[in-house]
Design a protein around this ligand. Structure first.
Ligand SMILES: C[S@@+](CC[C@H](N)C(=O)[O-])C[C@H]1O[C@@H](n2cnc3c(N)ncnc32)[C@H](O)[C@@H]1O
Length: 286
């Protein structure tokens, strides 16, 4: 493993993560023997706007039921379990983090979804799957850790069946001003490789995919966060010490408050924008 990958794992991994998530579920009165994927959503959807964004992206893409899906950079597996439970998909996830894959597999076992979701350690730049294997390749907020985006998208196109869909939600470069760090995906600037939306869109098309749908999703993300903050303040649960028993702070670790605050500020002042895109691999490539 390269030094930069090791350092990225150091950024992401929080030892004892599973125990903290289970403790959070217990604190909410959940029975660990009858968990649902919905119960886990506050802690296993590691991206902006959480489960709501996953739901919106799946609807935007009109995910075909029963699809064979690859989730690239699958994190704790929340989106994969949602696709399996809601659309009857069979989802394989790949992630750089051994801890995340282990937690993801255990959470799938606990929710009875282990038969339709599985997670393995691997690099998005060397996908260990056969050509034309998946109906859908799905990725949420992972490519910003990847400098060599051309290689990423070439690999994604390779494993996608002709006629298959590439579906993504991504954080992109906004007004070009430098970001405040740490953010949820990077402790330092050299771990963050944001492309502006049009460049990203062009890279995906250059890799051989045809665009079906594309939208700026920033306003939805900002509005949802502001509504959530207002609700937390009204209930007296605002502020850094007022995290709920189960939430993204468990995944973000010691610097959760700083990562969340920086992420919010970077977005509010236009440095980061979010897009959702749906692309298709043509049946015949010229
Ligand atoms: C912000 S999290 C998003 C996780 C998940 N997609 C979700 O939305 O819940 C980014 C994930 O990308 C993974 N990642 C970063 N670089 C990767 C790479 N080269 N190959 C595979 N996974 C990678 C990280 O380990 C992390 O789990």
């Amino acid at each position: 493993m390269s030094r930069s990958s090791e350092e990225l794992l150091h950024h992401y991994e929080q030892s004892g993560l599973l125990a903290r998530i289970l403790a959070g579920l217990k604190a909410l009165g959940k029975d660990l023997n009858s968990l649902t994927h919905e119960d886990l959503a506050p802690a296993d959807e590691f991206h902006s706007h959480g489960r709501n964004a996953t739901r919106a992206l799946a609807e935007f893409a009109r995910i075909p039921s029963g699809s064979r899906v690859l989730d690239v950079g699958s994190g704790l597996g929340g989106p994969a379990r949602y696709l399996a439970a809601t659309y009857g998909c069979d989802v394989s996830g790949i992630d750089l983090s051994p801890e995340f894959c282990s937690v993801a597999n255990e959470l799938s076992r606990l929710t009875g979804l282990a038969g339709r979701t599985r997670f393995q350690v691997g690099d998005a730049l060397a996908l260990p799957f056969a050509d034309s294997h998946f109906d859908v390749v799905w990725t949420i907020q992972m490519q910003m850790n990847i400098a060599d985006k051309r290689r990423l998208y070439d690999g994604i196109v390779r494993v996608l069946k002709p006629g298959g869909l590439f579906v993504c939600q991504e954080a992109c470069l906004g007004n070009g001003e430098p970001l405040d760090f740490p953010v949820p995906w990077a402790s330092r600037p050299d771990q963050s490789h944001l492309a502006d939306p049009e460049s990203l869109r062009g890279l995906v098309r250059d890799a051989g995919l045809r665009e079906r749908s594309w939208r700026d999703f920033t306003a939805e993300i900002v509005a949802a966060r502001k509504a959530q903050q207002a609700k937390a303040q009204a209930s007296g649960a605002g502020g850094t010490s007022g995290f709920p028993p189960l939430g993204m702070h468990l995944v973000l670790g010691d610097q959760a408050a700083a990562k969340m605050a920086n992420s919010a500020r970077n977005t509010d002042v236009g440095r980061v924008v979010f897009i959702q895109g749906v692309f298709e691999k043509p049946e015949f490539r010229s």
